[in-house]
Write a protein that binds this ligand. Structure first.
Ligand code: PAF
Length: 282
């Protein structure tokens, strides 16, 4: 596996592959790699000639009171996992190369950035989209891979790609889960033993709500009430930020499920914010 730290060298390496007619699959990450990331890498390897993985903990997408400093970093462990997964290139730039002094350009996707997580993390998606656009320009992927756990992130990136005519296919892969259903996330590392046990209430809530929906209960207020009841029955759930049924395209809440809907949840367990979602056909 080739390790590249300088954007210019990544740019030239990708140009070389493109000139040779090779497709490039790209998995952008912030490191602390888990099975979810590895499943994206596997898919990229199956569908492309070259797989590039980036590790960059992007300061721009963290709010001032968020966990940028504490975000788990494990470069040696990540490199070992990437070698085992047979990634071709690891792109791991320094912040000073990505955001040199004087950097002042940002990309903002409108409305869909402001709902769900966006309402609780002002500026988060602006930071995500700006770094993803930069990484796309540097890596020049044919396809880029994201997990469904971050459904809104994928939707916002898709919109940016469409609106700005970025020539990249955005591929969204299913959420990878722990044995008890908890969606894999680098932030699960923050949970203590008790919190970790409590966290599976999120998946249980999504499963039970999807069963209700499939049994014919399609009204938002009823489903939302059910979700809130389930989540708040777990004493370690400190805050329910959102838990409802949404249109997967617009991310607006849906009054009565007609076609496919997105069930999405964000809760705080202890100090850790966890999100999850499920697409359900009513
Ligand atoms: O999902 C993530 O890990 C990050 O938001 C991403 C897409 C790598 C941008 O920093």
């Amino acid at each position: 596996m080739e390790l590249i730290r300088i954007p210019r060298i990544m740019h030239d390496t990708s140009r070389g592959h493109i000139l040779h007619g090779r497709s490039i699959g790209f998995v952008p990450t912030m490191g602390a790699l888990h099975e979810g990331h590895l499943s994206l890498i596997k898919r990229s390897k199956d569908e492309n000639d070259i797989t590039v993985v980036s590790i960059f903990v992007n300061p721009l997408q963290f709010g001032p009171s968020e966990d940028f400093q504490q975000y788990p970093r494990d470069t040696d462990g990540d490199v070992a996992k990437l070698r085992k997964a047979e990634a071709d290139v690891l792109f791991m730039p320094d912040a000073s190369q990505v955001y040199p002094s004087g950097f002042m350009t940002h990309i903002e996707v409108g409305e869909i950035s402001e709902k769900l997580c966006g309402a609780f993390r002002p500026g988060h998606f602006r930071g995500v989209v700006t770094i993803v656009a930069k990484l796309f320009n540097i890596v020049k992927p044919t396809r880029a891979y994201f997990g469904q756990k971050d459904f809104q992130q994928a939707a916002v990136i898709r919109k940016m790609v469409k609106d700005l005519d970025v020539p990249v296919d955005v591929v969204v892969s299913p959420t990878i889960r722990e044995h008890d259903g908890l969606a894999m996330s680098s932030r699960n590392l923050y949970l203590n033993e008790e919190e970790r046990k409590a966290a599976c209430v999120i998946y249980r809530c999504l499963i039970q709500t999807s069963e209700l929906l499939k049994s014919g209960i399609i009204n938002k207020e009823k489903l939302k009430g059910f979700m809130k009841e389930k989540l708040s029955a777990e004493p370690l759930v400190r805050e329910i930020q959102y838990a409802s049924m949404y249109d997967p395209e617009t991310l607006d809440e849906v009054e009565n499920a007609g076609k496919e809907v997105l069930l999405a949840v964000s809760v705080k367990i202890g100090g850790t914010r966890l999100i999850d979602n499920m697409l359900v056909k009513a």
